[in-house]
Design a protein around this ligand. Structure first.
Ligand code: NDP
Length: 328
């Protein structure tokens, strides 16, 4: 039988984790042939609630779930982690500016980066979901000098999936017929969902849609503001869709992305497309053999360039702020 993979999830008593853990246990993330050991991390105040989640996981009687451990100590929780899903973060509360949010999350991701550095498995793959996700990932990466930087990633797959959903709705064509959607930049309202390379059933999507006004004034803002629209409609943040996108991100990274297509991941830049090296920014990537590569050689037109630059400038501002605060 295959050896179990150790998956650490932080914020494990939260809403996203509630959508995530049962799917990990069912094999949706690592495959029906891969047993999983779950290591669940929470802050002390949420450990009681997490015990309830663990009871429900037991009651799922998942054949692939080989063990569940609970901790409030990152130095315990990341021990042996092959996959680390950093979901927990300090939420933005009323009156909090972006700078306050960075300051509140800095210590969490500094500690978790150090703990991953000291105790995770040599092949650890890290996905940060907790916001501000790109910069939290940057902090964790900066505090894990012995882990290859490219193992630190942040979630923009939800934005990618949201873009496909909007394209499908606009055209009446199934989402599975769209290829080569790309999200660039930060997982924030400045992100750039790019359809300039998209094909739909083999034809250029821009020709099929033939409506630049829709792209600029409807599609892009709808994808950028989708989280806010869901909070308004549901009275709570998107949780199940974020969990589903996290599953997609790790599944494709670990098991490969579809031939002829790509996916979006926020990863440390290697300088591609003029994004400063080391910044954790979203790119189109392909995945094979447990590794991702940034898609090279794409034409970036003037419109796209301007949009990418805006989001990258925001990321540089966040990076400089956390460096000033001493977190990186
Ligand atoms: P959720 O599980 O709903 O969200 C967790 C994080 O994911 C938030 O930072 C949230 O950002 C972010 N996120 C990223 N993308 C999305 C998206 N598309 N939609 C919604 N959220 C997104 O939050 P809960 O408050 O339910 O749970 C968080 C848990 O984390 C709590 O149980 C808390 O105790 C725990 N926690 C654990 C820590 C640890 O393990 N060390 C540290 C800090 C907290 P946003 O706030 O912007 O929506």
């Amino acid at each position: 039988a295959a050896r179990p993979v150790t998956v650490t999830v932080t914020g494990a008593a939260g809403q996203i984790a509630y959508g995530l853990l049962f799917r990990i246990a069912s094999g949706a993330m690592l495959g029906a042939d891969t047993p999983v050991r779950l290591r669940l991390l929470e802050i002390p105040a949420a450990v009681g609630s997490l015990e309830g989640v663990a009871m429900e996981l037991e009651d799922g009687a998942f054949p692939l779930l080989s063990s569940i451990d609970i901790s409030d100590d990152p130095w315990v929780g990341f021990d042996g982690a092959n996959v680390a899903l950093l979901v927990g973060a300090r939420p933005r509360t009323a009156g909090m500016e972006r700078g306050d949010l960075l300051a509140a999350n800095g210590p969490i991701f500094t500690d978790q980066g150090a703990a991953i550095n000291a105790s995770a498995a040599a092949d650890v793959k890290v996905l940060v979901v907790g916001n501000p996700a790109n910069t939290n990932a940057f902090i964790a990466m900066s505090n894990a000098p012995d882990v290859p930087a490219e193992r630190f990633t942040a979630l923009t797959r939800l934005d990618h999936n949201r873009a496909i959903a909007q394209l499908a709705k606009k055209t009446g064509v199934a989402g599975t017929d769209f290829r080569r959607v790309a999200i660039w930049g930060n997982h924030s309202a400045t992100q750039y969902p790019d359809i300039s390379h998209v094909t739909v059933a083999g034809r250029p999507a821009v020709e099929v849609i033939n409506d630049q006004n829709w792209v600029v004034n409807d599609f892009i803002p709808t994808v950028q503001q989708r989280g806010t629209a869901i909070i308004k409609a549901r009275g709570a943040s998107s949780a199940a869709s974020a969990a589903s996108a996290a599953i997609d991100h790790i599944r494709d990274w670990a098991r490969g992305s579809a031939a002829g297509d790509w996916v979006s991941m926020a990863v440390p830049s290697d300088g591609s497309y003029g994004v400063p090296e080391g910044l954790i920014s979203s790119f189109p990537v392909t995945c094979a053999n447990g590794e991702y590569s940034i898609v090279q050689g794409l034409d970036v037109d003037e419109f796209s360039r301007g949009r990418i630059d805006i989001s990258v400038a925001e990321l540089e501002g966040e990076r400089d702020a956390v460096i000033d605060l001493g977190f990186a």
